[in-house]
Design a protein around this ligand. Structure first.
Ligand SMILES: [Zn+2]
Length: 79
């Protein structure tokens, strides 16, 4: 696998789970384990949780994992 230039970006202090998409870009689940305390963000394509919603970890984990399975972007320069 060709590793993405952002396969290992700096870890946020509130990082809960790091997944990797199909080309190795990090998909981070951040926040807390509290009810409605977490969100996800893909370093490959810039996609993220619907803002400003925070979701429960079980929901966020499932959505992040589904995104990592589908996403093939390795880098984005979106603002
Ligand atoms: Zn993505």
């Amino acid at each position: 696998m060709k590793l993405s230039p952002i396969s290992n970006p700096p870890e946020p202090t509130n990082l809960l789970i790091r997944l990797h998409n199909q080309v190795g870009a990090a998909v981070d689940v951040t926040g807390t384990t509290a009810y409605l305390g977490s969100r996800w963000h893909c370093h490959g394509c810039g996609d993220r949780s619907d803002m400003p919603a925070l979701d429960s970890l079980s929901f966020t984990r499932r959505k992040a994992n589904e995104h990592a399975t589908d996403c093939r972007a390795s880098y984005h320069r979106l603002g």
